[in-house]
Design a protein around this ligand. Structure first.
Ligand SMILES: Cc1cc2nc3c(=O)[nH]c(=O)nc-3n(C[C@H](O)[C@H](O)[C@H](O)COP(=O)(O)OP(=O)(O)OC[C@H]3O[C@@H](n4cnc5c(N)ncnc54)[C@H](O)[C@@H]3O)c2cc1C
Length: 461
């Protein structure tokens, strides 16, 4: 495993009685040096460190619903995933067991339940909101969070970190080697073998370019980093980059349009720690690929501490995640002018939210306020924090999309690059469309599925 970063960043997490009381995450920056066109406010977060962005993540791990894989075909067949929810169920289950999730394991509308290590139900005095949600065909439940055991004091920014929780346990295996400070730059195509034979990387340990030969390669640099690696892996057979014969690498880039606001309720209620989740509106009453979800939680350390002692409060913070309809116009492509420290083109990220995508988020405020009113909860909307521009959610996806047909996809059903099947792209790059749900659980389940198949294929030569 080649990892561009060198050291695991520090942080601090204090969790008592199943409530996160205090958390310091490492600084979040745009470390990969991508350039931006489209909306100039676009953020390209990257954490070049063991654990990547999971050093900073919140740990929300909702499953996608079965319809999230199919609803896009109402628009066009290019939005149909080649895999189904049923294909992922065993892998969802396997990954959930490694994530130490606090959740309500029951199904609610538009959100299948999953394995919960720690069970939680929304407080009794929020059941009227649950009933009002159900009347709209929505679910209201505990937000599934990879929050770890109820009591924790750890020097990292999140309970689950992909390095600490997964890679670290592999280090003792004789067949596994982990090299940090090793930045993959190009995959080398071997025309005689008809496959990729080696990866060229810069080693910060030796200060030189190195070459590693292998039977197969799994790319998992995150949707921006993976697109850059594919673009830069040019050869006579792939002059536009590996897997880019149809010009699709980097296209269909998406993130979650995101907004944050608070509400002030007239009557105090139980503080929502762990957070609660209001699911999207039903598929049949929504425009295809247009949805929002609402996460309700506590605001500020004081309310966090109050929640520990079962005290009530009147302020609720609400995060809305919306969807984008992926298109060729939002894309991550090689810059024609700027070069990185290795003389390779910098990745240029071009994203902009359409009026429909922005309108979808804005309408979600009123829907939520109406629903609260229906539940008999009088509340006023507080200040809306201006976060409605690309990259603020850091839920990038789609740059090496999965499709059953090569003319619509970069990778096949098993995450193998079309034309270079000994290379797999195993991160949210492979997402055919984005649901309004956080991506990490689903990208891990898809990766586990692809890795299982790769292992079988390698065993059988
Ligand atoms: C503040 C914040 C909160 C978030 N909250 C949530 C949440 O609640 N739920 C959720 O689902 N998601 C959340 N996310 C998103 C989540 O962090 C990402 O989906 C997840 O980390 C993606 O994992 P990944 O391994 O694919 O990519 P990354 O985490 O980006 O990791 C990429 C890894 O590849 C390495 N790398 C990159 N380029 C190279 C190269 N060329 N050579 C070698 N190594 C390379 C990097 O160093 C890094 O280790 C959040 C993100 C942020 C920033």
């Amino acid at each position: 495993m080649l990892e561009a970063g060198s050291t695991l960043p520090n942080g601090l997490l204090v969790r008592v009685g199943g409530k996160n009381l205090f958390r310091i995450s490492p600084p979040l920056q745009e470390e990969a040096g991508h350039s931006v066109s489209g909306d100039p406010r676009t953020l390209c977060y990257a954490k070049l460190a063991p654990g990547g962005l999971s050093n900073n993540w919140t740990g929300a791990v909702p499953r996608f619903a079965p319809e999230d894989f199919t609803e896009g075909e109402r628009l066009h067949e290019r939005f149909r995933w080649p895999i189904t929810y049923a294909d992922l169920v065993p892998y969802y289950e396997k990954i959930e067991r490694s994530l130490d999730i606090t959740a309500d394991p029951r199904d609610v509308p538009q959100l299948p339940g999953g394995h919960a290590s720690y069970r939680n139900r929304i407080p009794e005095d929020w059941r009227d909101v649950e009933r009002a949600a159900n009347k709209c065909g929505q679910g209201f439940t505990t937000y599934p969070l990879a929050d770890g055991p109820p009591n924790m004091f750890v020097r990292r920014g999140a309970a689950f970190n992909s390095y600490t929780s997964i890679v670290n346990s592999l280090l003792r295996l004789p067949g596994f080697r982990f090299e940090s400070g090793a930045q993959a730059l190009q995959l080398e195509w071997s025309p005689s073998k008809g496959k990729v034979g080696a990866v060229v990387y810069f080693s910060r340990r030796t200060g030189r370019l190195e070459r590693l030969h292998a039977s197969a390669f799994v790319i998992a640099c995150g949707p921006l980093g993976s697109a850059k690696l594919l673009h830069n892996s040019t050869s006579n057979d792939f002059p536009q980059g590996l897997g880019n014969s149809n010009g699709l690498v980097g296209c269909f880039l998406h993130d979650h349009p995101r907004e944050w606001w608070s509400i002030e309720m007239k009557r105090p209620r139980s503080l929502l720690a762990p957070a609660a989740y209001l699911t999207r509106l039903p598929y049949d009453s929504s425009e295809p690929l247009m949805a929002t979800s609402w996460t309700l939680g506590v605001v500020g350390t004081m309310d966090r501490v109050k929640s520990r002692f079962g005290l009530k409060g009147t302020t609720v913070g609400v995060q809305v995640l919306g969807t984008m309809i992926p298109s060729e116009t939002c894309a991550a492509k090689p810059s024609t002018t700027a070069k990185d420290e290795f003389g390779l083109p910098v990745l240029e990220v071009c994203m902009r939210y359409s009026d429909d995508e922005v309108g979808n988020i804005v309408r979600s405020r009123q829907h939520f306020m109406n629903l609260m009113e229906d539940a008999g909860c009088s509340a006023t909307l507080g200040e809306v924090v201006p976060t409605l521009f690309p990259g603020t959610a850091a839920h990038y996806g789609g740059t090496a999309r999965m499709h059953a047909k090569q003319n619509y996809g970069v990778v096949d059903t098993w995450n193998r690059v079309y034309g270079a099947p000994n290379v797999l792209v195993c991160d949210a790059s492979c997402f055919t469309t984005a649901a309004e749900k956080n991506p990490t659980l689903t990208l891990m389940a898809i990766s586990a599925r692809a890795a299982t198949r790769l292992a079988q294929d390698l065993k059988h030569g």
